[in-house]
Ligand binder design. Structure first.
Ligand code: 6CS
Ligand code: FE
Length: 310
């Protein structure tokens, strides 16, 4: 076991249990960022915020062109950082897109994302993980409920809840094409999961997560705390969803003809750098958890259009 000061033990082989969050949600000391007081309060209360029209339709078209380039470049690539759907050869996710040295690297540094992440985390930030989620029409499968932080803490050694996931909506997210579902307020509780962490868990967990998923009783309790509410992150392309590292989320399958594609960056506070995994196992590969470059991101201004001609 990893005996560092473990704020949030989990998968200790015992029964699942729920404890109160110990960490701030919106951290103090964040520069006066773009979010207004009511937006910060909403994020504090619900554990996420959906901002519409962050990117223009031209910028979205550019992102979608880059997305299909990435999909084409990876469709026959057998590599750990290309995750296929559990029941088809369709690509589900491509990781580490912020290292493309081009478009997605610049997108990840855009001030419209960075300044909000800095405001929420109360510090400068760096990228912990990036991926494109494709969720193809008809074949995009569901993803069961989980807290990202619980996985990142146990399997990547993320010490505290001081990271934020940023999902850029590239194709309209409707009720019917498998949008992300979130239990509002669930970020205020930590579900310590039962069981242990299997070796090389990531080789299966990215297709279908089992270890580190909460029990049904705990999920029912969290939903009751939210007065029976389960929110869906629906919104037009160009919107951006910021959700707290510990907000319980999952998604239904996509039975519609319309893909549900997002670009996903995880910003971690420079005060929350990864240490040894709290599971006591060896760290997951670099494409899942950046352990090499903790350089704070300098926010870049400007529009995405015209940045790179393909
Ligand atoms: O294991 C991970 O890091 C990833 N897994 C899920 C289900 N969501 C967050 C993260 O990208
Ligand atoms: Fe997740």
């Amino acid at each position: 076991m990893n005996y560092q000061n473990d704020l949030y033990p989990s998968r200790t082989g015992d029964e699942a249990k729920i404890s109160e969050r110990k960490s701030p949600i919106v951290y103090p000391g964040g520069a006066d960022g773009p979010l207004k007081k009511d937006q910060l309060q909403s994020y504090e209360d619900r554990g996420y915020i959906m901002l519409e029209n962050v990117f223009s339709s031209e910028e979205v078209e550019l992102m979608k062109a880059e997305l299909s380039q990435t999909m084409k470049a990876n469709e026959h690539r057998e590599s750990e950082d290309v995750i296929k759907e559990p029941t088809s050869n369709e690509i589900r996710s491509v990781f580490e897109i912020h290292k493309d040295g081009q478009f997605f690297q610049r997108l990840a540094q855009n001030e419209r994302l960075i300044k909000i992440a800095e405001q929420l985390l109360g510090s400068q930030v760096y990228i912990n993980q990036s991926r494109i989620n494709f969720k193809p029409g008809f074949k995009g499968k569901e993803f069961y409920w989980h807290s990202d932080f619980e996985t990142w803490h146990m399997e990547d050694g993320m010490p505290d809840m001081r990271a934020v996931s940023c999902s850029i909506i590239l194709t309209d997210n409707h009720e019917f094409n498998g949008p992300l579902m979130l239990i509002p307020g669930s970020h205020k509780w930590y579900v310590s999961c039962a069981g242990e962490t299997p070796a090389d868990n990531y080789k299966s967990s990215l297709k279908q997560q089992v270890a580190g998923t909460p029990d049904e009783e705990g999920l029912a309790w969290l939903t009751e705390q939210a007065d029976g509410q389960i929110d869906r992150a629906t919104g037009p392309a160009g919107s951006v969803l910021f959700f707290e590292s510990n907000t319980m989320h999952g998604s239904n399958g996509n039975l519609s003809p319309y893909s549900r594609s997002n670009v996903f960056f995880v910003f971690n506070s420079v005060e929350n750098k990864l240490v040894q995994p709290f599971s006591g196992q060896s760290p997951r590969p670099e494409f899942l958890a950046n352990r090499k470059s903790f350089e704070p991101i300098a926010p870049q201004s400007g529009m995405l259009t015209g940045m790179f001609s393909r």
